[in-house]
Design a protein around this ligand. Structure first.
Ligand code: MN3
Length: 203
């Protein structure tokens, strides 16, 4: 029996991030896009197990790009949903603490981090993600972009905060203006969640 992945609970209603991210986008993004990655990951894992049982190494290798894409999509979105919270519940608010200190040490200020990460997110060519990650060896925060659904682990960093800049994440609301979406999303960032990830992985 092959391991089956499932959609993680969202933790809030589709309309809670309005007006920053519309309920329609959240609904489609979660129930169609993320669910699609989960379904295709499970399918690829099943095919992989069959190939493994037949000792068909060539087929196992052929399945790796499907595993990377759909597995990455599942990993990335599972983090992304927890990185978001409504403004009413504290979205956008970074309290003083160890993450705040690390941000100031690495970037000078939260505003400076936001401005650097926004510029990099807007500049991603095609589909991808911008991430705030932790370099465990150097014990420092780094901003890095990934193409498609490549998870941040492919760059050797631990993911703390991701901004999905695939068009499906914003097009219904922001049309072609990715910069407006990236500018707005900081109002619904769950810095408490980012700090929890930081404390358990990077300090
Ligand atoms: Mn997405």
């Amino acid at each position: 029996m092959v391991l089956k992945f499932e959609l993680p609970p969202l933790g809030y209603d589709f309309n809670e991030l309005e007006p920053i991210i519309s309920a329609e986008i959240m609904n489609l993004h979660y129930t169609k896009h993320h669910q699609g990655y989960v379904n295709n990951l499970n399918k690829a894992l099943e095919q992989y197990a069959e190939a493994e049982a037949k000792k068909d190494v060539a087929q196992m290798i052929a399945l790796q790009s499907a595993l990377k894409f759909n597995g990455g999509g599942h990993v990335n979105h599972s983090i992304f949903w927890t990185n978001l919270i409504s403004e009413k519940k504290g979205g956008g608010n970074l309290e003083k603490g160890k993450l705040h200190d690390a941000i100031v040490a690495g970037f000078g200020s939260l505003d400076a981090l936001i401005s650097e990460m926004s510029a990099k997110a807007v500049a991603v060519q095609g589909s991808g993600w911008a991430w705030l990650g932790c370099n465990k060896a150097k014990k420092q925060l780094e901003i890095m972009c990934c193409d498609n659904q490549d998870p941040l682990s492919t760059k050797g960093l631990v993911p703390l905060l991701g901004v999905d800049v695939w068009e499906h994440a914003y097009y219904l609301q922001y049309k072609n203006v990715r910069a407006d979406y990236v500018k707005a999303i900081w109002k619904v960032i769950n810095w408490k969640n980012v700090e929890e990830r930081f404390l358990s992985n990077c300090s």
